[in-house]
Design a protein around this ligand. Structure first.
Ligand code: ATP
Ligand code: MG
Length: 429
């Protein structure tokens, strides 16, 4: 991709409206633009990150046996009347009529819709268990949209829904999602703390939130610092993490005897990037979904729901990975793998070498953003540091004469002068 043909409106100054570093950097690095309060356009660079996050989420959902579908953003109010949540949901729900006066809403979540869908296709215990998910835009008319995409009004969520015949099977579905969440966040280079959560208006009795630790997080957490030591690659990690204590401060305050010795009790702020619930038959009962059990009885399947804030994660990953020069993307979610910097676009040898490198990296399956703009070196370096691609490959006239290029690792700042061939094999080998 040639930067001279790309849409990358970087800003030199920190926008005054952005209070936290991820929001500032997302605007400065040209990832998003606000179109209305809490409503964002995803510019090309931001969209690439969003897509990569979504594909990691998808891969881990698929690995856990969940099945993808796609439900619409717009829902009928009548669907929500069946569960009784239409009145209960409050002003966060965006409601509007169509031209025939039928009441519609922009979905803030999809329990009702998935229950109705499943009710209409499934009648027997043979069709259970099932976990279905989609990755779709949601709208919640938040009182205070802020921090950019972290608390937007329109945001992208992965929401999964499990249906099981009994409590034991339902808990197994919950556990499969719990494990998938740990893998999902780890694959993005994040360490997420599972926090026992109250279930709130969604009902039910088993729930965890997953938080990324960051000083700018909206939630205050108390947790057993032994959580920091758990090896996420260990197959015992989910069980270990669940056994350890972690609570939001508000909930922690309600516990009199804190089970964690004072010396081990850590207090940090967190960003909620995922939330899972097991709530049983709340929706299958209210919406009349029954299946025939093996013994012929009709039963209401038990459900769980499992959300991941896909667009919020873009901000959370930046909160967890940046320095004074800009974003430092983990390799797995970076918008491009390599930023190729041509320091002298007016030098034929430089431009020919850069064009050749772009082609060869592309052929090796690498995503390359090639800065072929007529601009000073200093500006090109500042842009590359700001947008935070994992590698910078720098082509200059002196090096080209000697057959070398410079390779810089964004995260560490390490630079190496290498022959063209060894730079290529480092990046694509
Ligand atoms: P919060 O407590 O942050 O308001 P929530 O508990 O209302 O979130 P859930 O219903 O659990 O949110 O939604 C699942 C996930 O969707 C959350 O864990 C979060 O990552 C994401 N999410 C929720 N609201 C927003 C929002 N306004 N903007 C961006 N992401 C959001
Ligand atoms: Mg939540």
């Amino acid at each position: 991709m040639l930067l001279s043909r790309y849409l990358l409106p970087v800003l030199k100054e920190t926008p005054a409206e952005a209070q936290i570093v991820s929001h500032q950097l997302m605007l400065r690095a040209g990832l998003v633009r606000q179109m209305a309060a809490g409503i964002y356009a995803w510019l090309p660079l931001g969209l690439r990150v969003l897509d990569r996050i979504a594909s990691i989420v998808r891969r881990e959902q698929d690995r856990a046996g969940a099945v993808e579908l796609l439900m619409p953003t717009i829902q009928a109010a009548d669907l929500w009347r069946q569960s009784g949540r239409y009145e209960a949901y409050g002003p966060e729900m965006l409601r509007f009529p169509d031209r025939g006066g039928r009441e519609l809403l922009y979905g803030p979540t999809n329990e009702e819709m998935i229950t109705a869908l499943f009710r209409d296709c499934v009648k027997s215990y043979r069709d259970l268990p099932r976990t279905l998910y989609h990755i779709q835009w949601k709208f919640r008319d938040e009182v205070r949209p802020r921090f950019g995409v972290m608390r937007g009004r329109e945001f992208l969520m992965k929401d999964a829904y499990s249906f099981d015949m009994d409590e034991e099977a339902g808990r197994a579905s919950y556990d499969a999602q719990f494990t998938a969440y740990l893998r999902t966040f780890a694959a993005m280079g994040l360490r997420a703390v599972p926090v026992r959560a109250p279930t709130g208006p969604i009902g039910g009795n088993l729930s965890h939130e997953f938080h990324i630790l960051a000083d700018t997080g909206e939630s205050e957490l108390f947790y057993d610092s032994a959580l920091d030591e758990v090896d996420l690659a260990d197959s015992e990690a989910p069980a270990r993490l669940r056994a350890l204590y972690a609570m939001e401060a508000e909930e922690h305050a309600k516990v009199a005897d804190c089970p964690v010795p004072a010396a081990r009790l850590a207090r940090r702020r967190g960003i909620e990037v995922g939330h899972i619930f097991f709530f049983g038959s709340k929706y299958t009962e209210s919406m009349g979904m029954e299946v025939q059990a093996r013994d012929g009885q009709l039963v209401h399947p038990l459900m769980g729901s499992y959300g991941i804030g896909v667009s919020r994660l873009v901000g959370a990953i930046i909160e967890a990975g940046h320095d004074e020069h800009g974003i430092v993307w983990p390799d797995a979610v970076a918008p491009f793998d390599v930023g190729l910097v041509n320091l002298r676009v007016d030098d034929d040898a430089c431009s020919a070498t850069a064009a050749d490198l772009q082609q060869r990296l592309f052929a090796a399956g690498k995503q390359v953003l090639h800065d072929d703009r007529e601009a000073r070196g200093g500006e090109k370096f500042a842009t590359m540091d700001l947008i935070g691609l994992p590698w910078q490959l720098i082509v200059g006239p002196k090096g080209v004469k000697a057959g070398t290029v410079e390779l810089k690792r964004r995260a560490t700042g390490e630079r190496h002068e290498l022959s063209i061939e060894s730079a290529l094999s480092r990046l694509a080998g």
